[in-house]
Design a protein around this ligand. Structure first.
Ligand code: PLP
Length: 386
């Protein structure tokens, strides 16, 4: 796939070998076990908790999109991928995580810390100096134990902070810290973390890659044979596996990734500009806006500003809840990255980070017509005015 544009790779990768009369798409093979006698040879299919033919085309396609040297690994959910990646922290090692990251990732890290499996340090991932200090773990006396793992989301969920990923991976390589990038928000079209120095890239495939809010899946990719072997072993030992239908659907969704992402990003930037001028809106977060804290870095490091918006209406929590109640086209729902536009107030979850404003609405922009989305949203905002 060398030399092809990412949108072409999404369409062309993971196809069956070309032959006269052969299928254009890979088949779904429903078999829990494979014919196997004697000692299985390397790579031989044996049992569907370890590997299947239906996973492989998706894993090839995602590796091509992330420019990974090895096939990706598909898992039963994004959180299964998060758990697998966190298992790379050695016992008692220190994990540096963004204070704003997917709340269940933070929840799992907290649970592992409570059991003494690892230590957790929260950072503002946009504050490069603070992250580098946390990586070095320098104590006041100058001695320090470097962090075992740096977790990056960029842009973060839900605050849309943008990390200086090349600077962070360079610092992490000096301290011998493993870097895992949850690339769910940016997608491989927005950034390829392995090419920016990360060791492992992670996706909630549930979101943009599958793209239709009809499957729950996760994935990991790396260039490193030893890390891949450990992650594959985690998947098999913990049974964190994906069903064949879901993976087939995810590959079908992936074919239109570029069309969906290009369209929703364009719409999101236009909505951000209109929202910033709406009298019912107190604050809009989207890296496309010139005044947004992540704008300059996103312009330099990301291809596209993403399709997630943060909006705080005047009138606080009551107004934010009123917007969610008033929309008719936008779907009040959690999750993101589907073809349908959705929104939610994140702090309705008791587990969301307390530094996320209580009245912050997270909007996931889909592929509907811009004017229809705007008419629905602006009417809901008008109705919410205190
Ligand atoms: N990472 C991010 C950034 C997410 O937003 C999510 C889910 O919302 C996950 C990971 C977890 O993925 P899943 O819901 O597929 O388990």
């Amino acid at each position: 796939m060398q030399g092809l544009a990412p949108g072409t790779v999404a369409v062309a990768a993971g196809r069956p070998e070309r032959r006269q009369g052969g299928p254009v798409n890979p088949p779904v093979i429903l078999s829990s076990t494979y014919v196997s006698a004697g000692v299985p040879g390397p790579g031989e299919l044996l049992y569907a908790r370890a590997d299947t033919e239906t996973w492989q085309p998706f894993e090839e396609a995602l590796a091509a999109l992330e420019d990974a040297a090895l096939p990706a690994l598909v898992l039963g959910s994004g959180m299964a991928a998060v758990a697998a990646a966190l298992s790379l922290v050695p016992p008692g090692g220190r994990l540096v995580v963004p204070r704003h990251a997917y709340q269940i990732t933070l929840g799992l890290a907290a649970e592992l810390a409570a059991r003494g499996v690892l230590g957790v340090e929260h950072v503002d991932i946009a504050d490069t100096d603070a992250v580098v200090r946390a990586l070095r773990g320098t104590a006041p006396d100058g001695a320090g134990t470097p962090a075992a793992m740096l977790w990056v989301e960029s842009p973060t969920n839900p605050m849309l902070e943008v990390a200086d990923l090349p600077a962070l991976t360079a610092a992490a390589r000096e301290t011998g810290t493993l870097v895992v990038v949850d690339n769910t928000f940016a997608t491989p079209l927005g950034q390829q973390p392995l090419r920016l120095g990360a060791h492992v890239v992670l996706h909630s495939v549930t979101k943009y890659l599958a793209g239709h809010s009809d499957v729950v899946l996760g994935a990991l990719a790396t260039d490193d044979e030893a890390l891949r072997a450990r992650l594959a072993s985690y998947r098999t030992l913990h049974g964190a596996v994906a069903g064949p239908w879901e993976v087939w659907l995810a590959l079908r969704g992936l074919r239109t990734l570029a069309l969906r992402v290009e369209r929703s990003q364009r719409t999101a930037a236009e909505l951000a500009a209109r929202l910033a001028a709406h009298p019912a809106v107190a604050e809009v977060r989207h890296p496309s806006l010139p005044g947004d804290p992540g704008h300059d870095r996103a312009t330099r490091l990301l291809r596209g500003y993403g399709s997630i918006l943060g909006v705080r209406p005047h009138g606080g929590v009551a107004a934010a809840d009123a917007v969610v109640d008033a929309v008719r086209l936008w779907v009040p729902a959690t999750s993101l990255g589907g073809v349908e536009s959705s929104l939610e107030r994140r702090r309705r979850f008791a587990t969301e980070s307390v530094t996320v404003p209580e009245d912050l609405l997270r909007l996931s922009v889909g592929i509907e017509d811009l004017e229809d989305l705007w008419a629905d949203l602006s009417a809901a905002l008008d109705a919410s005015r205190p």
